[in-house]
Design a binder for this molecule. Structure first.
Ligand SMILES: [Zn+2]
Length: 75
């Protein structure tokens, strides 16, 4: 197991998370992404294979499983 690049901790726990990606003017939500979370500082670390799969999902021809409405605020 690698070290946390933020706090040098070496204990991680496995979780799943959701991330929103902006591709041009589209917002794409990917759910249930496996992630390793640093026990000490909470930093999230995605492995290379996971990020590659996300990239393929976002840029491939896969159909989203559902569509959600996104509210937009201007600060
Ligand atoms: Zn850490």
């Amino acid at each position: 197991m690698s070290q946390c690049h933020v706090c040098s901790g070496d204990r991680f726990r496995e979780e799943v998370t959701s991330e929103i990606f902006r591709i041009g003017d589209r917002l794409l939500l990917v759910e249930d992404i496996p992630v390793m979370v640093c026990d000490r500082c909470g930093e999230e670390v995605f492995d290379r294979d996971t990020m590659e799969r996300v990239r393929v999902l976002l840029h491939g021809n896969a159909r989203p499983i559902r569509t959600v409405e996104v509210g937009v605020f201007s600060f």
